[in-house]
Design a protein around this ligand. Structure first.
Ligand code: B12
Length: 285
């Protein structure tokens, strides 16, 4: 970990001098080469599995038992507990975001540190999906706020986050065409030519697949349909290296982006809006 600013500056200068081509590539790809950020994750404290569980555990005890059911991949309990929360009048979006999602996040992080295995992720995902389905049923038929196509980009099979984004968009009144994972840019081009789509959401979890989001945004720019880009492999710096795109961190960001696009704003206005830099006069809904 870098503690001293001069040391950090010297490291960056040395890196640029030794490897100017790679330095330029990283800059162009939108990767931050900053103080203490030259080695990814080098400054992060490693948490234990128990600390991860505690970090994500909701303070509300009713929410915490449902989170636990997701972590344990217990589909029956996840269904029963979600049903009970909804029967008590809890808001379906809130249940997804603050009770079901922390469960899957916990398992994914514990898997990442090598203390959980693929079957555990898949079971937790089943429990998550069962709970999310009940929340969607509860919302019933509400008038469509707009049409969104959601996908994971070509080469990437990580679809848990995309599924959550699609669920939260649906919970907020959007009609979602779920195109699945490992989706070809050409298929999205065909879709926007054939159907009326307001927004595309693209997810990438791998550095090897994130460039597909650039290809996607640029390939459908002709249609005027912007791409909301998210997933752990991308950040605002990367997404801002190409046009027709807006970066979003969370599923609720996807909702904000979809609402702004449905209100008639173009991708540049929405980008400013998401960064809190919008001219209030220009972007009034
Ligand atoms: C689960 C997982 C898997 C599962 C995926 C199951 C599935 N159906 O998705 C399995 C075991 C199959 C898998 C396989 C692989 N994986 Co994997 N996997 C993970 C893991 C542990 C968690 C990912 C996850 O689901 N997170 C939870 C979800 C909820 O988060 P999320 O997707 O980021 O989504 C959230 C936000 O980003 C946001 N969001 C998502 N999309 C969008 C879109 C918009 C528009 C917006 C606004 C927001 C938004 O909302 C979500 C909710 O908050 C990560 C490590 C990690 N901790 O992230 C590695 C990780 C992503 N995997 C990795 C790798 C390398 C692989 C493999 C290549 C391994 C291998 N050698 O076979 C294969 C990939 C095969 C392929 N072609 O894709 C690497 C990628 C490294 C990199 N940077 O390139 C990671 C980072 C692990 C690591 N540390 O090395 N993996």
């Amino acid at each position: 970990m870098i503690h001293h600013i001069d040391t950090a500056a010297a490291e960056i200068a040395e890196f640029r001098e030794k490897n100017p081509k790679r330095y330029q590539e990283l800059l162009e790809a939108g990767i931050r080469i900053g103080f203490g950020e030259t080695v990814a994750g080098s400054g992060k404290k490693k948490l234990t599995a128990e600390e991860i569980r505690q970090n994500y555990k909701p303070a509300d005890p009713d929410y915490a038992v449902l989170t636990k059911a997701v972590i344990e991949g217990n589909v029956k309990d996840a269904q029963r507990l979600t049903g009970e929360l909804l029967a008590k009048g809890r808001d379906p979006t809130d249940v997804v975001v603050h009770s079901l999602m922390p469960g899957i996040q916990t398992v994914c992080e514990i898997y990442d540190m090598g203390e959980a295995f693929v079957p555990e992720i898949l079971l937790a995902n089943d429990a998550l999906v069962a709970g999310v389905a009940l929340c969607q049923d509860k919302l019933g038929n509400i008038p469509s706020a707009g049409r969104v196509a959601s996908l994971v980009i070509e080469g990437d099979v990580h679809d848990i986050g995309k599924n959550i984004v699609a669920a939260i968009l649906r919970a907020n009144g959007f009609e979602v065409i779920d195109m699945g994972r490992d989706v070809l840019v050409g298929d999205v081009v065909d879709l926007v030519k054939k159907e009326k789509i307001d927004l595309v959401t693209g997810t990438s979890l791998m550095s090897t697949t994130k460039d597909g989001l650039r290809a996607l945004a640029e390939s459908i720019a002709f249609s005027g349909v912007p791409v909301a880009c998210g997933g752990a492999a991308v950040d605002d710096h990367f997404v801002e290296t190409f046009s027709n795109s807006v970066y979003g961190k969370s599923p609720l960001d996807a909702v904000k982006i979809a609402q702004a696009v449905a209100a008639g704003k173009d991708w540049e206005e929405v980008r400013k809006l998401m960064k809190g830099k919008a001219d209030p006069e220009k972007v009034k809904a």
